[in-house]
Every structure is written in structure tokens, then in C-alpha cells.
Design a protein around this ligand. Structure first.
Ligand code: NAD
Length: 379
């Protein structure tokens, strides 16, 4: 059984889908692992480290994937990049399938079974495979670090012979995985941290991290969590009340990190242009939802917008990828945990249980066609 780890082809992607650690584990499962030369360089992993772990280093992409049973990637490869894989090979990556059905169709035409890691069910059994959590944790941390780097003041309170400077006020909007890590990081840096969410369960989590919880806690709030643990889209009435509360709170904040998402929808706008203009010069907004439309009306994907009143709105993309060594270490472990469920180590072969709920949830293409219920209508 041959497992291929090609280099990522998107210049904006510094992560890699395997580390020397996971290569060792994959080899321990009986696989031969082939890594494309240079694949790990941006994550601080040289070819020699993969070779020491037992991998074969291939000189270019096509030689890497030739006769592969499994291809591990960070981002979706195109069909050309898979030329030479075995029929029915498993291709496992963050496939970003919505709005990219054409790309899925060409993967299907290549005859591969493509699995989208971001569709992994968030159930206890699949916790070790949860790429959304592993990457969001890093993004939440990095958002605060990015804000601190752009901020023109210190975050902790400092008392010196030259006087005292007050601690920065940091507001976290959306308290999922990224938001919780952002709260923890902001607290460690000495900020005075407040946070908001629409899911009641987050209140206790915020308080347990030593931050203050701020939200419109009405009847709708009490019902805002779906059975899957996500937020519902709130009513226009709730949004108006939330905006009123947020507007008065935001005006006194130094740093705001937004992370609010609703599955399958555009991110909710939580910070209007007017609210941005209420901030004092030097304040920072980091919009982690910018790839999904943004929580701040003025955020732009991939840019730092500086407003007329001197507020910086940071819209970095692929924020977890800004910590490529850590992000790759987590992601590679997530992949390893999934691969373990797809193979028969004794037979040294792929042995996919098509009835497994993890397979059903993540499988997008199989036997030349689109396989996922969300996309089959398009095939
Ligand atoms: P997410 O990325 O979908 O959303 C981020 C946060 O934004 C959520 O907390 C959401 O409630 C919040 N939000 C949405 N609309 C908002 C609004 N209008 N105003 C303020 N906040 C808003 O969420 P996530 O980080 O992926 O996690 C969601 C939940 O899933 C969390 O409870 C997390 O603990 C849970 N989870 C469970 C598992 C598991 O294994 N059971 C694994 C991972 C996450």
C-alpha cells in the first residue's frame, strides 16, 4: 500500500499533510510513504527528516502520486495532479466543496474516492480527526497575536516608575473553538476580556476562562443552539437588540476578534461601519470570519483595512496556516487518525467500510460520480 504526500501547489498554503511523526506511524501500519521533495519546507520539515522517518522522497508531483492507494493533501488537488494514482485511490484533503462542484466532478472523473476532512462529523469517535477544531484553535490564538502585533499599545497593565498604563480591553465575538482559544490567549497576555455568543452554553465557558459574558439573554437566546451544537441564524429582532448592546460595548474596546459563523450560511454581520467609526484611533479588529463574508462590514479578505479614524481591520486568510509547523502537526495527526479507519493493516490494503458514518459524511466522489447527498443532484 502506497501513501503519497505531494507538495501543496497553492502559493498561499504553507501547511503539509504529513510530518515525520505521522510518516513513521503510517509506515508502522504497513504502508510505503512517498513524499514530494520540498513538501514540508514551509512547515520547517526538510526532506531528510521525512527520509529518516522512512519515507521515500520523490523528485516531482507525478512521481509522488504514481500508483498511490492514498493521497494526503491539505488543499484539493486538481485531476491533473492525481494522474497515475491507482483506480479507486483515496484522496483525503480539505476539499472546500461548496461552490466548486466542477472541481469535484473532475475528481470524480479521475476515478478517485475523495474525502473532505472538514465534513467529518463532530462526534466523540472522530474527535482526533476534527480538522475544523485543530485549525480553529490555532486561528483563535494567532488572531490575538496578530492583533497584539498591530496594536500601538501594550496589552497588560504595566506599572513602572514612569507611571502606569492600563490593560487593553479585548472583546471576542463568537465563542466556538477559535473564540475560546482567543479568550484564553487574550487573558494570558493580560487583557481585560469580554465575550459574546448566541449559544447559552458558551456563557459558562466564557466565565470559566475568567472573561465576562455579554449577550442579549432573551427567549430566542435560550433556543439558539441546534441539536448539532451550532448557532442558528437569529431573527431580525434579535439581531437589532444584539447590535444595540454590541454598539455601546464596542465603543470602549481596544481589540475586537470576531469568529461568528453559522453552518452553510454567510457569516453574520456583527460590526457595522458605524460601530467601526465609534472606535478610537489605534483600535484593532481581527475578522476571522472574513473567508465566509466577514463579521465586520468593512473587512476585506486578505487585507488590512485602515479606516479614516485610524482603526485597523485585519482580514488575514488561512490564519491557522500562518502557524504552518503547528497547523501541519495537528492536521497530519487528524489525517493519520482517519487513515487508520480506512485500511486493513494486516492485508496492507485499503479496506473502506462504505457504511461507516465517518465515510458517509466525508466521501464526495466514488466510482466516477459524486457520492455525497449534498452534491449528487449536481452530477
Ligand atoms: P462555528 O465556527 O460554527 O461558529 C463560531 C461561533 O460563532 C459559535 O460559537 C457560534 O455560536 C457563534 N455565533 C454564530 N452566530 C453568532 C452571532 N450572531 N453572534 C455571536 N456569535 C455567533 O463553531 P465551532 O467553533 O465550529 O463550534 C461550535 C460548537 O461545536 C461548539 O460548541 C464546540 O464546542 C462544538 N464542538 C463539538 C465537538 C465535539 O466533538 N462534540 C467538536 C468541535 C466543536
Amino acid at each position: 500500500m502506497r501513501i503519497a504526500v505531494p507538495a501543496e501547489t497553492d502559493p498561499a498554503e504553507a501547511r503539509v499533510a504529513a510530518t515525520p511523526d505521522t510518516v513513521k506511524s503510517l509506515i508502522g501500519l504497513g504502508a510505503k510513504v512517498v513524499v514530494e521533495t520540498g513538501a514540508g519546507v514551509q512547515s520547517g520539515i526538510q526532506d531528510e527528516a521525512y527520509a529518516e522517518a522512512g519515507a521515500t522522497i520523490a523528485p516531482y508531483a507525478q512521481a509522488t502520486v504514481q500508483d498511490a492507494d492514498i493521497v494526503l493533501r491539505v488543499r484539493r488537488p486538481n485531476a491533473e495532479e492525481l494522474s497515475g494514482v491507482l483506480p479507486g485511490a483515496a484522496v483525503i484533503a480539505i476539499l472546500d466543496p461548496y461552490d466548486h462542484v466542477d472541481a469535484l466532478q473532475s475528481l470524480a472523473a479521475e476515478g478517485v474516492s475523495a474525502f473532505a476532512m472538514e465534513l467529518m462529523p463532530r462526534i466523540t469517535r472522530a474527535q482526533a480527526m476534527d480538522v475544523l477544531s485543530s485549525q480553529a484553535n490555532l486561528a483563535g490564538y494567532r488572531a490575538v497575536v496578530d492583533a497584539a502585533a498591530e496594536f500601538d499599545r501594550a496589552i497588560p497593565m504595566m506599572t513602572t516608575a514612569a507611571g502606569t498604563i492600563p490593560p487593553a480591553k479585548i472583546f471576542i465575538m463568537g465563542v466556538g473553538v477559535a473564540g475560546l482559544q482567543a479568550i484564553a490567549t487574550a487573558r494570558r497576555l493580560g487583557g481585560i476580556v469580554t465575550a459574546t455568543d448566541v449559544r447559552p452554553a458558551t456563557k459558562e465557558q466564557v466565565l470559566s476562562l475568567g472573561a465576562k459574558f455579554i449577550a442579549v439573554e432573551d427567549e430566542e437566546f435560550a433556543q439558539a443552539e441546534t441539536a448539532a451544537g451550532y448557532a442558528k441564524e437569529m431573527s431580525p429582532e434579535y439581531k437589532a437588540k444584539q447590535a444595540e448592546l454590541t454598539a455601546s460595548h464596542i465603543a470602549s474596546q481596544d481589540i475586537i476578534i470576531t469568529t461568528a459563523l453559522i453552518p452553510g450560511r454567510k457569516a453574520p454581520i456583527l460590526i457595522t461601519a458605524e460601530m467601526v467609526h465609534s472606535l478610537r484611533p489605534g483600535s484593532i479588529i481581527v475578522d476571522l470570519a472574513v473567508e465566509r463574508g466577514g463579521n465586520c462590514e468593512l473587512a476585506k479578505p486578505g487585507e488590512t483595512v485602515v479606516t479614516e479614524n485610524g482603526v485597523r481591520i485585519i482580514g488575514n486568510l488561512n490564519v491557522a496556516g500562518r502557524l504552518p509547523a503547528s497547523a501541519s502537526a495537528f492536521y497530519a495527526k487528524n489525517l493519520l487518525a482517519f487513515v487508520e479507519t480506512l485500511i486493513d493493516a494486516g492485508a496492507n490494503a485499503l479496506a473502506i467500510n462504505w457504511d461507516d458514518e465517518l465515510v458517509k459524511a466525508t466521501l464526495l466522489t466514488k466510482d466516477g460520480a459524486l457520492a455525497h447527498p449534498s452534491f449528487q443532484a449536481a452530477s
